[in-house]
Design a protein around this ligand. Structure first.
Ligand code: NAG
Ligand code: NAG
Ligand code: NAG
Length: 335
């Protein structure tokens, strides 16, 4: 099942793409098979959840499309620098991304994620599917028969917000769970430190993530849409009704109004990767005005990740062939 765009939809997407390139997590509610994990090395999951013999299955890493039908990213055709970087980190992480050239939206093409992304998303999906106390209260087993990754009840899932807030009147609606890949509080950006310490009243975020109902998130660095969610957005925002504000604000306001709903994961797991200078922008004026004089990805940085995959590449690709050959001579090789 694929998501189709109306003219209005394409218009929104064009607006979204105007500033940068984007990538999308999509999924359709109609059919899901539990994807076989290709990579045996990724099959081990650090934390085993104790459940009875009649309980839900154990969490397992998400598949190469993070259990969504597809991960789509949108990239301006000329940003081959960003496309190359994204291909590299996707391959290293065992992810499969599909690029849509030109105009469209939903994970931005300048994001970073943790080396452990498939376990992170696998645990998150497991919580929404088998331990969703936000939705079911204590009777989480009501959801066990549903067959959707991340559960079947959401329009949108925010995993790449760069700010925003939860519903201050319903702070009770949140749940914390263990994730060994969640970074320490002291390493988080101030807005996240504040969220954990003053809203969730959690004094340490290491090994802990919080799920809450989406309220007013900022940024569209990474988010998922269900098919129904995509249609609801087009209906509520996409030109069907008047629409004159930045699209992330529109989504936030429609969500706090309650006509769209979903979940927000905190700390977010897709975060902005910055290299400095004009390369951080797709804005033509910016690009024309300045030479691309950055050091590329080598000295770039991201925040709020424990082990960002981009920073892991030097170690991943490390090789020192000639030094390794030092002192070795064919006639001296031991047999
Ligand atoms: C991952 O799982 C989803 C949901 O079951 C499925 O739609 C998708 O095709 C799978 N991806 C891969 C690469 O197998
Ligand atoms: C299920 O969710 C509750 C919070 O709502 C949490 O306390 C508990 O640790 C979770 N269970 C597992 C196995 O993660
Ligand atoms: C955290 O503490 C503040 C101040 O006491 C309170 O207003 C807020 O509701 C608490 N949050 C939760 C999730 O209980």
């Amino acid at each position: 099942m694929s998501f189709f765009l109306t003219t209005q939809g394409i218009r929104i997407l064009q607006i979204l793409v105007a500033s940068t390139v984007i990538l999308t997590l999509f999924f359709s509610v109609s059919h899901f098979s539990s994807g076989e994990l290709r990579d045996a090395a990724r099959n081990s999951i650090a934390e085993h959840v104790k459940v009875g013999s009649r309980g839900p299955p154990e969490p397992k890493p998400a598949n190469a499309t993070l259990d969504f039908q597809e991960i789509i990213y949108l990239s301006m055709p000329y940003r081959t620098d960003r496309q190359d970087a994204l291909s590299l980190i996707a391959a290293v992480s065992g992810l499969k991304l599909t690029m849509i050239p030109g105009s469209a939206l939903i994970l931005e093409d300048d994001v970073d994620w943790d080396v452990d992304i498939r376990n992170i998303m696998g645990k998150f999906s497991w919580q929404l599917r088998y331990n969703n106390t936000l939705r079911w209260g204590k009777n989480v087993e009501q959801g066990w028969k549903e067959d959707c990754p991340y559960g079947c009840d959401w329009d949108e899932i925010f995993v790449g917000q760069c700010g925003g807030k939860p519903n201050q009147n319903r702070l009770d609606l949140h749940q914390a769970y263990t994730d060994p890949a969640s970074p320490a509080l002291s390493t988080l950006q101030p807005w996240l430190q504040k969220e954990f310490s003053t809203l969730w009243n959690i004094s340490e975020s290491a090994n802990t993530r919080v799920i809450s109902p989406t309220w007013e998130p900022i940024c569209l660095m990474g988010y998922a849409l269900s098919r129904m969610g995509a249609m609801r957005m087009l209906y509520n925002i996409g030109g069907w009704r008047p629409f004159g504000n930045p699209v992330d604000n529109e989504i936030a306001w429609r969500t706090s109004e309650g006509v769209l709903s979903g979940y927000t994961l905190s700390p977010p797991v897709f975060t902005a990767w910055r290299v400095g200078g004009s390369q951080d922008s797709d804005n033509d004026a910016g690009l024309n005005a300045k030479p691309a004089n950055t050091k590329g990805n080598i000295e770039g940085y991201s925040r709020n990740l424990k082990n960002g995959v981009r920073k892991s590449l030097p170690e991943y690709f490390k090789k020192d062939f000639w030094n390794g050959m030092e002192g070795k001579r064919v006639d001296r090789l031991e047999t």
